[in-house]
Ligand binder design. Sequence first.
Ligand SMILES: Cc1ncc(COP(=O)(O)O)c(C=O)c1O
Length: 445
Amino acid sequence: MKLENPLTGTMVSLDDWWMPFTANRQFKAAPRLLARSEGMYYWTPDGRQILDGSAGLWCVNAGHNRKPIVEAVQKQAATMDYAPPFQVGHPVAFEAATAVANIAPAGMRHVFFVNSGSEAADTAIKMALAYHRARGEPSRRIIIGRERGYHGVNIGGTMAGGIPGNRKVWPAMMAGVDHIRATHDPARNAFSRGQPAHGAEFADELDRLVAFHDASNIAAVIVEPVAGSAGVLIPPHGYLDRIAATCRKHGILLVFDEVISGFGRLGTPFAAHYFKITPDIMTCAKAINNAAVPLGAVLASDAVHDAIVGAAPEGAIEFLHGYTYSGHPLACAAVVATQKLYAEEKLFDRAREIAPYWEQALHSLKGARHVIDIRNLGLVGGIELEPRAGAPGRRGLEAHIKCFEAGALVRFTADIVALSPPLVIEKAQIEQLVETIRGVLQKID
Ligand SMILES: Cc1ncc(COP(=O)(O)O)c(C=O)c1O
């Protein structure tokens, strides 16, 4: 099968791009293609408008093709396309770091640039180990993640992550990880609005692992404050506070993976602000620059930064880590423009203000065909469908395809619809999204 690149008119084959997290054979037999975007919408190559219910992949928080971001990237590309970040710097990367540090929780101003959420997770893990070593506790090497956690697909994140399918092909590549259980508890919490009432005690699992491994061997706990990729799992009231308290008590670093929860998704700059918990390390990516150019970042507390930097001899490289594209000028120009746009348009406040309407609209799907749970927080939504007997995930995939055909892009994780629209979504578009999903659920078995 061939298709046309609308920008160049070239006819291209679908054969050569081995697509990520995609059923390649099925997709290439009946591809779903996007050719253009603006604001809340994509358009297919044949001109069909698709409402973006997932902000791309949880990343285009300001809406698509925003002019100030486009122009900043264009200008930077024409001025200096690339500059190495090792022992050489450039102003736009420093400006971007300051723009992110300015909205970070107090005491977390040290911004280490990477290129993705996956790289951010692996960088955070290396940073945690380097911190303990610098402080004279090199035995602290174990990383504790959580079942159903997602921290990207590099080795550290894969192993600290808790999605069985993502791990099973590569067992034991990273020794020294353990996991606490997920907080999902539909028997007590199904159809909760906002944070569920039950489950703070799941945090006690961490105490059990601390007793089991001994704190002197544990470097860090890494969790998503709101778990997205494994199906939108909202932390129960009090749960994250207990995790944070256990970490503090035992000198274990707390890493928040804010790759999807950062930059206004919950109506605050970061989930750390929403839950009023300051971790030691935070990872972010995606909406940091509205996904215009790949970029991720790791934010470190003063204590983490100062311990690592202070332990190295004068003139030595303190943290032997980094990427060719760390602080890429185009990506950083997009960060500066995006953060300015978020502030000027008060988009984080907007997300907070429209969240009650969002919650109401999503929960109107209670009772719709196949729906067994609905979860929400900020501008995040999860709608769980009953899996088909003997074929988990098939109903979800079919619903995803039918929604696309009906004009809405929604993400499915197995049989869970994960919704995370751009923060600029209007009430009428929320209705459209919900009614599209309702209509599709009526039609599919
Ligand atoms: C919480 C979390 N961490 C890490 C990642 C990985 O990010 P990337 O795909 O940019 O590597 C994701 C991606 O969705 C994510 O949701």
